[in-house]
Each structure stands twice: as C-alpha cells, then as structure tokens.
Ligand binder design. Structure first.
Ligand SMILES: Nc1nc2c(c(=O)[nH]1)N=C([C@H](O)[C@H](O)COP(=O)(O)OP(=O)(O)OP(=O)(O)O)CN2
Ligand code: ZN
Length: 121
C-alpha cells in the first residue's frame, strides 16, 4: 500500500551551471510529494499523516522555506533537490511497517522530477 502527502514551500535559486534565464536569481513556489510504501499497523495506518508532516517539516521544510537554495544544494535543480530531500528523509521515515519510496519535486505547476529509492547510488 502506498501513502503520499504533499507540501509546499517558497524559495529562491539560480542555476549556476546553466545558460539561460534560470542562471539569474529567481523564485518558485515548490511542491514536494513524499510517498511511502508499507502495510497498515495495529492503528490501521502505514504512517500517521501527523507524524509524516512533523518529520518533513523538521528535515526539509524548515531548511528550504524562504531560503536561498544554493546555500543547501550547489546546483539546485528539481533533480538535485529531490535527491537531497530523499536522503534527508530516508532514515527518519524508516519504520518496521514502512519506508520511503520516492520524493517528487514540482518546480512549477506542470514540471516535476521524481527521485526513487532505486536512484540512490
Ligand atoms: N530538468 C530541469 N530543467 C530545468 C530546471 C530543473 O530544475 N530541471 N529548472 C529550470 C529553472 O529553474 C526555471 O526556473 C524553470 O523554467 P520554466 O520551466 O521555463 O519555468 P516557468 O514555466 O515558470 O517559466 P515561464 O517564463 O513562466 O514560461 C529550467 N529547466
Ligand atoms: Zn528556477
């Protein structure tokens, strides 16, 4: 069974290794989708949504919201942000009944990247 919760945050970045408009400082309202897979526990939950929100806030949102993302990720593309978020969330979300499956980062309403466990290397 899969469980997903979405979050939003606002942040600025510029793509330094890029030739085009995105090398200039600009901002996005990002959407972050966190997906876990597992089996429901004795409370009937793969993971309590409240617990998921707390962990995502502590591990990711508190760092990135209203931040300059280049301070956290050298080339903050959606791809690199998705990897960074996955790596921060993987251990805190590891439970007997579930584990992190993927992290999706929407840079705009219609452009996203999904980082899956198998992309870890
Ligand atoms: N594969 C990727 N391509 C691009 C990324 C990325 O992270 N991964 N990022 C950018 C830039 O950050 C850019 O801000 C996004 O540009 P764009 O998609 O054109 O954004 P908008 O639709 O908001 O732009 P409009 O000017 O409103 O059309 C570029 N590529
Ligand atoms: Zn951008």
């Amino acid at each position: 069974m899969r469980l997903r919760r979405d979050f939003t945050f606002d942040a600025a970045h510029n793509l330094v290794a890029y030739h085009g408009k995105c090398e200039r400082l600009h901002g996005h309202t990002y959407r972050l989708g966190v997906t876990l897979e597992g089996t429901p526990d004795e409370e009937g939950m793969v993971l309590d949504f409240v617990e998921l929100k707390r962990i995502v806030r502590e591990q990711v949102l508190d760092q990135v919201d209203h931040a300059y993302l280049n301070d956290l990720v050298p080339q903050p593309t959606a791809e690199n942000l998705a990897r960074w978020a996955f790596q921060r969330l993987d251990a805190p979300l590891h439970r007997p009944h579930c584990r992190l499956t993927s992290v999706e980062v929407f840079e705009t309403a219609d452009s996203s990247v999904t980082f899956y466990r198998e992309d870890l290397s």
